[in-house]
Write a protein that binds this ligand. Structure first.
Ligand SMILES: Cc1cc2nc3c(=O)[nH]c(=O)nc-3n(C[C@H](O)[C@H](O)[C@H](O)COP(=O)(O)O)c2cc1C
Length: 203
């Protein structure tokens, strides 16, 4: 298969996988995925991405419990009924604890430029977020190439302090999300995409 065909097949066949077999992900695969992720382009090549590979069951459990406590507070403040809160927690817990490996995606502004005004500082921060997202996309494709399933989940973004505390992260690491990784249990459902003419303008 030509390189371009192989690439497009990989892109086409990638889908978010949320259910996994229990067997662990070999370390070499994780290392190759991390290597691929760090080949992503980044603003000024400052590489603001930071990763935490979480595989230990006990650490995953503590992480999920801490994030849950934070979400419970948010949802209760919103006035959501207790039964609905529990249902959401159950779904999340199943997903996060069911993945043999979690790749926590973090961001550090340490090496990014600093601006005296808020407008440019916000733009700089967005560039760091964009850079981390690029690393995330490459990690999803690399997982696919490795025969693994993966799914980006936003959970850590909504409970950053809980993630920092449990994983004992440096204060400047800003949790952005997590990539669930593992051998897929069943094929993920395909998702549709809007046709190009709805999202592209040519001028
Ligand atoms: C920024 C971002 C946040 C996401 N958060 C979640 C999430 O919290 N839980 C989840 O199950 N999927 C999450 N997803 C996965 C999307 O639901 C998924 O990519 C989308 O439905 C398209 O499906 P596909 O990846 O199979 O093509 C997220 C994806 C992105 C890019």
């Amino acid at each position: 298969m030509k390189a371009a065909e192989a690439f497009y097949a990989l892109v086409r066949e990638r889908r978010s996988i949320r259910r996994f077999e229990r067997r662990p992900v070999p370390r070499e695969k994780l290392l190759r995925i991390l290597q691929a992720a760090t080949r992503a382009p980044s603003a000024h090549n400052r590489q603001p991405w930071r990763f935490v590979v979480v595989q230990q069951v006990e650490v995953r459990r503590r992480l999920v419990e801490a994030m849950e406590a934070s979400w419970r507070e948010d949802l209760a403040r919103e006035g959501l009924p207790a039964a609905e809160i529990e249902a959401r927690m159950g779904r999340n817990r199943k997903r996060l604890l069911g993945a043999p490996a979690l790749l926590i995606m973090g961001l550090s502004m340490e090496d990014m430029d600093r601006y005296p005004d808020e407008r440019r500082q916000r733009a700089e921060h967005i560039m760091a977020v964009q850079s981390v997202a690029m690393a995330g996309a490459l990690s999803l494709l690399a997982a696919q190439a490795e025969g693994l399933g993966a799914c980006w989940v936003c959970a850590p973004l909504f409970a950053p302090d809980a993630v920092r505390r449990v994983l004992n992260l440096p204060q400047d690491w800003q949790p952005q999300g997590a990539v669930l990784l593992g051998y897929p249990e069943g094929a993920g459902a395909g998702t549709a995409r809007r046709p190009l003419d709805q999202v592209v303008m040519w001028r």
